[in-house]
Structures are given as C-alpha cells and as structure tokens.
Design a protein around this ligand. Sequence first.
Ligand SMILES: *Cc1c(COP(=O)(O)O)cnc(C)c1O
Length: 382
Amino acid sequence: MTAPIALFDVKAQQALIRPELDRRIAAVLDSGRFINGPEVAELEEKLAAFAGCAHAVGVSSGTDALQIAMMAEGIGPGDAVFLPAFTYTATAEVPLVLGATPIFVDVSSQTFNIDVDDLERRLDAVKRDGKLKPRAVVGVDLFGLPADWTEIEAICAREGMFALDDAAQAFGGSLGNRRLGCWGQATALSFYPTKTLGAYGDGGALLTNDPDRAELYRSLRTHGEGRTRYAVERTGMNGRLDTIQATILIAKLALLEGELEQRRRIGAAYDAALSGRVGIQATPKGMESARGLYTIRLPDAATRTRVQAALSAQQIGSGIYYPKPLHHQPAYAAHHAASITGGPAPLPVSEALCDQVLSLPMHPYMSEADAQRVSEVVLGAL
Ligand SMILES: *Cc1c(COP(=O)(O)O)cnc(C)c1O
C-alpha cells in the first residue's frame, strides 16, 4: 500500500517550526496585546520587503482586503467593476456588498486568467450602454499564475480605472523581475490556511506603493479612525489582522522562499509528465507562477469524474476549483443579467472550464516522485 497524497498539507510545515510557534504564541499571551501588537507592524514590514513594495497593511482576511481597497476608492452604486467569471466568489461579492455592479469577463483557455480582449469588449459595451461608470478592474492571479498585468495596467491607465490585484492565491508569483504585490495600484492577499502563505485562521493584507492609499487602508481597517483614536473621519469597518496570526505569519514567512522553490519543482514535474496529454495552465514567458494550485483541464466532465475516482481509489486528493462560473451562481445571476441592457455577451471559456478543471495535490512537503505518481494515475484513467 502506497502512502496517501493530500491535496494540501498544513501539518508537515507545522512540525518544522512548532517550537518557534509555541514560543511566539506564548509571547503574545504574556504581552496581552492581542490587537495591534508590535508583531503586526513587524509582519507588515517583512511582507512589503518580500514583495518589493513600499507599504503593507495587515487586515482580517483576503475578502476584507478587497473590500477596504474598493471602499478607499469610493466604489459604490452606479460603478462597474470588471472581474473574471472564473474565480472564487469573494472577488464578485465585494463590489455587490458596496452596491457596485460586477461585470464578469471571460478568461483565457490557456492561462485561465482574465482575457484582456474580452475585457476591452465588455468595457465598450458598458460605455455604449451608459448606465454604469467603469471604475475598476480586479485581476485575479488564478492558481498562483499572474494575470496579464502589463495589459491590465495599460487599460486602467487609459480609462482612469483602479487596477486591483486579487493575489489571494499567488503570493510569491512574479512577472519579469517584479513580484506580485507591486502590480496594479493595490494588491489584496489572503492568509487563509491553504494559501501559499497561510495563517492558523483568517487573515489578509493590502500591498501598495502609494502612501496615501496605505494611510487610508489603515484608517478603514479601524472604523475610519483619524490621527486620534476617537476621531471618526470616514465610514470604515473592523478589519484588523490580530497579533497571534501576525506572529504565526512571521514564522511562516521565513519558510516561504524555500517553499516556493519546492512548489516550482513540483509544478515542473507535473508539467513534464502531463503536458501534451491533458490541458495544463500555460505559464506565459516572463511569468513565474506561485503554484498555489496545480490545475489541469480534461476533455469533459465524464473524464473528470473518472480521473477523480481513480485518484481517490489511490488515496490521492483532488479538488474542483471551480464547479460553477460566478455568473451562474444564484446570488449573482440576476445582477449579471441586468448589468447590460439587453443582457451581457456569453462567457463560453469560463463555462467550459468549470466542467473540465481538476486540481491535483500541490504543496511544498510532497516530492517530485509524488507528482510523478499522481500523474501516472491521471494518465491511466483518461
Ligand atoms: C481565498 C480567496 C479570496 C478570499 O480570501 P479570504 O482570506 O478567504 O477572505 C479572494 N479571492 C481569491 C481569488 C481567493 O482565492
């Protein structure tokens, strides 16, 4: 009997640093500074240095990072926020919570990320329709692969729109010689436990090179407070990162560079075993994926069911990210239909991918031989 291979593994890493974690958590317990302890500022400095950007602001989750970023721009009713239809629900939820309208954009069949030609078409449609004001593009770096930030930045600059990077799955990825975190005008990170940098609970951060935005984010995460604690200058929220999560993240951040290296090795082993046999997420030249998830594309839903069953029989984990495009979700379908007079154009690639994608085990504590074994089971079930 061969050993099981999990989709994610949060235990192997913990075993490596458990004494340090115990020591760090005990120090916070002793200090009693559970909110805004010095570890939060220390983590923020380290995150900014890692990404190569000027400012990092710790917040309570990736979703709250997206929300604070959009609140800071004053995004609300009458505003159009462009985002991919093939992503996690949080990306679309935030504009709706703020009263804005998400405009779903189709994705590339090669990279699974936002298709900039389709973005241009939908931007034209919104302008022609005249109901909504184009305000922002949220590029998502799906499964760790950077979106086409050179193009997204150019479109946003031309149109006066806010460029927000949802890098929740991609901390550690890069384009050219710039890491994610300094693309667009702001970047949202999530520290959900299974992300490339994960806490032991919820957490997130906003990264930006703009000092004014960073100051606004600090204010908004603490109820819109001004320079003194009880001066409320704007409507904010309780969106802070707590000290215990910050100290855990400091310990884990020290491992991240090596973990990304191992993720790259696993990704390369999968690519070598699978490309040409199944669809793989193509990494454009000059990009480095953080390899948050390793996701393949199979011919159809029946093949996917068969492959998943074969993996499961060998105690190999797998997952479907995502089974439904956002414009088909009950909570969003009506908003989508009403977003453009006469109805928006179809989103065929997003719809097809939801029937075809399958994510395979990907974490830094598996081996290239594990990736090889998983690949053999996949190929054997085709
Ligand atoms: C995980 C994730 C989020 C939300 O992050 P939370 O920390 O869970 O709130 C947002 N966008 C994407 C693409 C994600 O994968």
